[in-house]
Write a protein that binds this ligand. Structure first.
Ligand SMILES: [Zn+2]
Length: 453
């Protein structure tokens, strides 16, 4: 095939073109709810003679089945059938292969990958491709626009004037809305769109650096607000005390403390990632709060790349200062693998940043904490998540230090304990998270030696 100079645009399917409906095991694609804006974008690209393809991991599903689903939702014919590539996007190889198919082995930068997954984006970049995280950004990027993470503040005098419609009409992907009056929007936008917003009188802060797709990543730091003393029988939830100092005021305290310090750090040296601090209610009733939250986040395809839940991090009476990180998820190895990366990051950093702590005891499946804290709600939606706790469980290895479960677990005696922990674990976790969230190491060391100490 001869080389050519035209752009070829490859779309991921699930989470980019639409929301997939997957059958029970053995998994296969049953349907695709195409996002409302997708059809217009694909048609526009076709009208301007762009070649468009698909690059998608269909697992053990059959290509004929995926084709049937795409035909059924009337988008199959818009793609160049030679450019529909199925395979795992777990290295740059498939992108190199695809570029060859498109006649761009020597000009891979003519290939554009449209997909929301930042790991896949990074493999595409390694192969010399350009990437965009969302279909609505494609056209501007093809026309030379750059991507930027922005914060839009709506001026108070136009708060009633349908500003949401204005933002919606531009190549802007809102990530979330905040501010006292819901008048601040964090978003990914093209440089063209950011300038247009300037012209329209919005205050636009450009965050991060240009064309850094990783800036679309969102991390959550979480804990649960409720408590129980259900192990004391009889227990009347309406009237009996359940102080929950360890379970989980310890986790909530760490979330709040971290939020405070990160707010200060951010004003000096903005993080490259979005960090949300999310306390959940009704965990002890079956992860009710986090289930609702994870469901709505999945519905808007929120780019959450990691959830760090902290549940019971306050109890450590005797040495050593051992702690656990749980990532086990039997239903999906891929989710567990991505969650394990979160835990391994903590492990790598412990000895550098927090020599006061033992190395974490990392539990993969079989995991006694699987499904038992708010991280599980995210596992179920395909997000990477882990939970950190004191050394509650026996294991994971025969050689692991002896477990030290809180004797007051789910009892009315779960009051504050003075212990070897006190501060080391929450403080150390904070230090680890700073690094995970992309603050510069040197900056942290300087801060640590001055104010944070
Ligand atoms: Zn708990």
């Amino acid at each position: 095939m001869s080389e050519n100079t035209h752009n070829v645009i490859f779309f991921d399917i699930g989470g980019t073109l639409g929301s997939p409906r997957i059958s029970p095991f053995p998994y296969r694609l049953e349907g695709l709810d195409v996002y409302p804006y997708v059809l217009d974008i694909l048609r526009q690209l076709r009208e301007r003679n762009s070649r468009i393809g698909i690059i998608s991991n269909i697992g053990d599903d059959k290509p004929e089945n995926v084709t049937r689903v795409l035909e059924k939702c009337q988008i199959y014919d818009l793609f160049d059938s030679d450019l529909i590539i199925y395979g795992a996007k777990n290295s740059s190889e498939i992108f190199q292969f695809t570029a060859r198919q498109a006649g761009h082995s020597d000009t891979p930068n003519q290939c554009l990958f449209v997909g929301e997954d930042s790991h896949e984006q990074s493999y595409a970049i390694q192969a010399g491709w350009r990437v965009v995280p969302h279909p609505c950004l494609v056209w501007d990027v093809l026309n030379g626009s750059h991507l930027r993470y922005i914060r839009i503040t709506v001026p108070s005098d136009r708060s009633e004037q349908g500003w949401q419609q204005v933002i919606k009409s531009l190549p802007v992907v809102p990530l979330y809305v905040t501010g006292d009056k819901g008048n601040q929007v964090y978003a990914i936008a093209t440089s063209q769109a950011a300038m247009r917003l300037d012209d329209l009188g919005f205050a636009v802060d450009r965050l991060g650096s240009e064309d850094d797709p990783l800036t679309t990543e969102v991390y959550l730091v979480t804990a649960h607000l409720d408590s129980t003393a259900a192990s004391d029988r009889p227990y009347d939830a309406k009237n009996d005390p359940a102080p929950g100092a360890d379970d989980d005021a310890s986790g909530v305290a760490a979330v709040l403390g971290l939020a405070e310090v990160i707010k200060e750090l951010n004003s000096l040296n903005p993080s490259k990632r979005t960090i949300r601090f999310v306390p959940f209610n009704a965990e002890e009733h079956g992860l009710v709060g986090s289930q609702a939250y994870a469901r709505t986040q999945a519905a808007i395809a929120a780019p959450i790349v990691g959830v760090y839940q902290m549940d019971m991090i306050g109890y450590n009476i005797e040495a050593p200062r051992s702690f656990e990180v749980h990532v086990g998820y039997a239903k999906c190895d891929n989710v567990q693998q991505r969650s394990l990366v979160l835990a391994q990051r903590l492990e790598r950093l412990v000895s550098v940043l927090s020599p006061r702590l033992e190395h974490p005891q990392i539990y993969t499946q079989p995991d006694p904490a699987e499904g038992r804290s708010d991280h599980a709600s995210f596992h179920q939606r395909g997000y990477a998540a882990c939970i950190t706790s004191e050394d509650f469980f026996v294991g994971p290895d025969l050689t692991s230090p002896e477990a030290e479960p809180n004797v007051n677990y789910h009892r009315k005696e779960d009051n504050p304990v003075l212990s070897l922990w006190e501060k080391p674990l929450p403080e150390s976790l904070s230090e680890l998270y700073f690094w995970v969230f992309g603050y510069k190491f040197q900056f942290l060391l300087e801060k640590k030696s001055s104010k944070l100490d």
